[in-house]
Write a protein that binds this ligand. Structure first.
Ligand code: CA
Length: 237
């Protein structure tokens, strides 16, 4: 039997929270209630959706929303607002919330909104998953036409030689390129350059890669020999 979708209600008015919990439970959801933003942050890790009151005692609803999304970018959120004014609606949706509902609301309408948000987010998740499967080949993607290399989806801002260096390493992951070979392939004239030119460019390249993925080390140093691109880079961050 599939488990019931867990819905977190963040609402400081117990009466409203009770109504919500009852309506959700009746319709096959598993409600979880908390009355403060701090509690919500602690409990949102495994929920399918959050119903979020804009007016909370400790953290503003919009601020809480940002923090929840910072922790879980794909978390579906439905705002609950006591004020019907347009500002709340616009701000709520501009923030990237999935939907909102104005108090007073009918429990039936609320459950319908919860269902539709969950349906939409399931579709989005499926698309994201398909994209991730394509990207799983390598976190480094070279687009030679644009002379651009993407790393974990982010376009790197590379100088001419940094680009050439990374493209060369990327052409044969795991293969150890000597400094001489790199000078020849990237700079074109090994005689005109020094070994430390390669080292200096590897250093700046690594710094740029580190900005995107601080924990990863895609360029491996082989002491006394040269450099190679790691073959075991995780596909996603
Ligand atoms: Ca409130």
């Amino acid at each position: 039997m599939p488990s019931k979708p867990l819905v977190l209600i963040v609402e400081d008015e117990p009466g409203i929270a009770d109504t919500l919990q009852y309506a959700l439970r009746t319709e096959g959801f598993e409600p979880r209630w908390c009355a403060t933003g701090e509690a919500a942050l602690a409990q949102a890790g495994d929920v399918a959706l959050v119903i979020l009151d804009v007016g909370l005692p400790d953290i503003g609803g919009f601020e809480l929303f940002k923090r929840l999304r910072a922790a879980r970018a794909d978390l579906p959120v439905l705002f609950l607002t006591a004020r019907g004014d347009e500002i709340d609606r616009v701000v709520g949706l501009e923030l990237g919330a999935d939907d909102y509902i104005t108090k007073p609301f009918s429990p039936r309408e609320l459950v319908a909104r919860v269902r539709s948000v969950l349906r939409r987010s399931a579709g989005t998740a499926a698309i994201a998953e398909a994209r991730a499967a394509v990207a799983a080949v390598s976190p480094l993607q070279c687009d030679e036409g644009r002379r651009q290399i993407r790393y974990y989806g982010r376009a790197l801002d590379l100088s001419r030689y940094e680009y050439g260096l990374l493209k060369t390493l990327l052409s044969r992951p795991g293969f150890v390129f000597t400094r001489e070979r790199l000078l020849d392939l990237v700079w074109g004239d090994a005689n005109q350059s020094l070994d430390r030119t390669v080292d200096a460019h590897v250093k700046t390249l690594r710094a740029k890669l580190k900005v995107v993925a601080p924990e990863r080390e895609p360029i491996r140093t082989h002491r006394g020999v040269g450099y190679a691109l790691a073959e075991d880079l995780p596909a996603s961050l």
